[in-house]
Design a protein around this ligand. Structure first.
Ligand code: SF4
Length: 397
């Protein structure tokens, strides 16, 4: 009935603390941040600067770089400097893939955030009998980790920088694996252990990730993390991703299934789509996920019917033409419908509608109002004229 209370369709995002990463802030109600990672060797300064710039120019707001050695850490200082001189300041994250603290400490001077993987802070001797760790053994190793991590935490804290505690399902430390199994619980406990170490040193500029290549595992891990954080009164932002998602259509769908599902529940403050393709290919996927969920609007939203026997023009061709002419406009919704049989409501309240009316003619709509009927050949030009008349047009760059 018309009097029923309308259902709230907005996504209510989980409240998180703001974590500054250079000139971008993750969490704290800020728009979900898009990030990616270059795959150049960090020692190739020119190549890395160009790759970071390429990514940043197309909307990658934070760029990650791998740092496998001290030489790479020093190279990153040059990269940062060169970017600032020749382009602009770009928030950079160093991926430190080991517990080599010297490297992490060096790199912490140059970047805005350091990503560590708790699974690589291993002090235990492998237990060949796979018996569980006793509490004493477990805690003793925990203390060693805290000792090792302390200088990095203190450096990041004192310099106002951030850390991502990036747990991966595929690389849990043995004692977590033997105690909690190869499970979301193991992933969450691993993250919590590192969070507690940071908190004991009064460092809270933390972002947490719990990636897995299997979507159900990743979903369960993030959801459990949120539950545990809520119980513990923690409000750290989450970095979402599906690791090793692969490439092509399935890689994109798999990433969307994982990332989109959590975002739809209000979980997630920054995302990375990991494709086995050039990193530039990841950025449009990120923005499309965010736009589809109404979390960020960075392009025109096209509403188009799938076409059927009633379609009065070549819908695919027309949609392509309309897109070509208008895809540089942001913030607009444009509907392209093969016929009006189901009424303007089918256009999902788009700002403009391009609708088949009778053979050879289309109708242009502003919202639900039919504005004019024009020959099909003039349809796109007339649509542009209408948008211009409404003062909502900008020329393409
Ligand atoms: Fe078919 Fe018309 Fe629906 Fe398009 S809008 S699918 S042409 S009935």
């Amino acid at each position: 009935p018309a009097t029923a209370t309308p259902i709230d369709t907005t996504i209510h995002r989980r409240k998180t603390r703001p974590v500054p990463v250079g000139n971008v802030t993750i969490g704290g109600g800020n728009p979900v941040v898009v990030q990616s990672m270059i795959n150049e060797d960090t020692l190739d300064i020119e190549g890395s600067v160009a790759a970071i710039r390429r990514l940043h120019e197309i909307g990658c707001e934070i760029v990650r770089v791998t740092v496998p050695s001290m030489a790479h850490a020093k190279a990153l200082a040059e990269i940062k400097e060169k970017l600032a001189q020749t382009y602009q300041v770009v928030p950079l994250v160093a991926d430190v893939h080991h517990n080599g603290m010297k490297i992490a400490l060096e790199v912490a001077k140059h970047v805005d955030k350091v990503r560590i993987n708790p699974g690589l802070y291993v002090f235990e001797k492998p237990k060949t009998d796979r018996t569980e760790y006793s509490q004493a053994e477990f805690d003793e190793i925990g203390e060693k980790i805290a000792e090792t991590l302390k200088p990095l935490v203190v450096t990041l804290r004192d310099r106002g920088k951030a850390m991502r505690i990036g747990v991966n399902h595929g690389s849990l430390a043995e004692r977590m694996l033997f105690t909690y199994g190869d499970t979301p619980e193991g992933m969450v406990e691993s993250a919590l252990e590192f969070i507690r170490i940071c908190e004991s040193l009064d460092f809270r500029n933390l972002v947490i990730s719990l990636k897995a290549s299997r979507v159900p595992v990743m979903l369960a891990a993030y959801r459990l993390m949120v539950r545990r954080m809520d119980e513990l009164g923690m409000d750290y932002p989450l970095h979402l991703g599906v690791t090793e998602a692969g490439d092509g259509e399935y890689g994109r769908i798999k990433s969307t299934a994982g990332i989109g599902t959590l975002l739809a529940d209000g979980i997630g403050d920054t995302i990375r789509v990991s494709l086995t393709e050039a990193p530039e290919k990841e950025i449009p996927v990120c923005y499309s996920i965010l736009q589809a969920l109404g979390l960020r609007k960075t392009m025109v939203e096209y509403v188009a019917c799938p076409s059927c026997g009633r379609t009065l023009f070549n819908l695919e061709e027309v949609l392509h033409k309309v897109r070509e002419a208008t895809n540089h406009l942001t913030g607009l919704d444009i509907a392209v419908m093969g016929c009006i049989v189901n009424g303007p409501g089918e256009m999902a309240d788009a700002d403009y509608g391009y609708v088949g009316k009778q053979p050879g003619y289309i109708s242009l709509y502003r919202g639900r109002e039919e504005i004019r009927r024009v020959p099909e050949a003039d349809g796109v030009a007339e649509l542009i004229a209408l948008i211009k008349a409404d003062d909502r047009w900008v020329d393409p760059e």
